[in-house]
Design a protein around this ligand. Structure first.
Ligand code: 5GP
Length: 115
């Protein structure tokens, strides 16, 4: 059996996190190494490696995650000034943790294009 990812260990409560939201399908918590004044990660509880391994049956859950992201951005006070949602995919995308996750970044002006 392959080793649990760090995010699966957080979902299972084996590693602590600064939780901001949880429901039956997802968990949101502060990034351990924030790249902006607000940097929250939203992850599905289902073990999905990346966008690349999404299944058609995940469509409703992914839609739910986007609504959670919208709600969190509002609750975190980012909605008015704006924010960025980032999903890194694979090596060139800079994905370090092989469990699908959405970065919500805000609280400062973010440059474009990314490095
Ligand atoms: P990626 O580069 O895979 O898109 O992003 C992974 C993110 O997970 C990084 O921003 C990193 O700081 C964060 N991260 C890695 N390990 C932990 C951890 O144990 N706890 C938390 N809260 N964030 C983590």
């Amino acid at each position: 059996m392959s080793e649990k990812t760090i995010f699966k260990r957080i979902i299972d409560g084996e590693i602590p996190c600064q939780k901001v939201y949880e429901d039956d399908r997802c968990l949101a918590f502060h990034d351990i190494s924030p790249q902006a004044p607000t940097h929250v990660l939203v992850i599905p509880k289902k073990e999905i490696e990346s966008v690349e391994t999404l299944d058609d049956t995940d469509a409703a859950m992914i839609g739910h995650l986007w609504l959670v992201i919208r709600n969190l951005a509002r609750e975190l006070g980012l909605a008015e000034s704006g924010y960025r949602v980032v999903v890194n995919c694979g090596a060139d995308g800079g994905q370090a943790v092989p469990h699908l996750h959405y970065h919500i970044l805000g609280g400062r002006s973010l440059s474009w294009p990314p490095g």
